[in-house]
Ligand binder design. Structure first.
Ligand code: SF4
Length: 58
């Protein structure tokens, strides 16, 4: 896993294996964003589709 943060992608999802927990940034070069709603209207409707569950702790 690439441990360098991407300063353009702030993220606090510690449960994701791509998250640099110590700094709350994503380590991917880019992420894929989508929605699970037919008509998204609030931030909760939007998802990071690049999420992958972390196997261990941060
Ligand atoms: S892949 Fe998505 S959920 Fe995971 S750290 Fe990056 S931005 Fe956050």
């Amino acid at each position: 896993m690439d441990e360098r943060k991407n300063p353009n992608i702030h993220c606090t999802v510690d449960q994701c294996r791509h998250n640099l927990c110590s700094e709350n940034y994503c380590t991917l070069a880019q992420v894929s964003i989508g929605t699970h709603e037919a008509n998204p209207s609030v931030p909760e409707c939007v998802d990071c589709n690049s999420f992958e569950k972390r196997s261990g702790c941060c």
